[in-house]
Design a protein. Structure first.
Length: 77
C-alpha cells in the first residue's frame, strides 16, 4: 500500500475520532444543562404553607403586616 494512502487513512481516523469526541461533548453539555435547569426548578418550589399565606394575602383576607409576620414565622421553623 502506498504511503499516501496510509497517511490518508490515519487522517480520516483522526477526524472521525475528533468528530465523535465533539458529538459526545455536545450531548454531555445538553444533559448537564438539562439537569441543572430541572434541579434549579426543584429548588425553587414554594412551601405549601407559604403558598396558602400568599393566597390569603392576595385575596385581602390578611393585611401586609400579618402576612410578613407569618411569613417570617414560617421561615424560622
Amino acid at each position: 500500500m502506498p504511503d499516501w494512502i496510509s497517511g490518508m487513512m490515519w487522517m480520516m481516523l483522526f477526524w472521525a475520532v475528533l468528530g465523535l469526541a465533539l458529538l459526545v461533548a455536545i450531548v454531555l453539555a445538553i444533559v448537564w444543562l438539562a439537569r441543572r435547569l430541572t434541579t434549579g426548578a426543584a429548588r425553587r418550589q414554594v412551601d405549601p404553607a407559604e403558598e396558602v399565606l400568599r393566597r390569603r394575602y392576595a385575596t385581602g383576607e390578611i393585611d401586609r403586616d400579618e402576612y410578613e409576620r407569618r411569613l417570617v414565622d414560617l421561615r424560622n421553623q
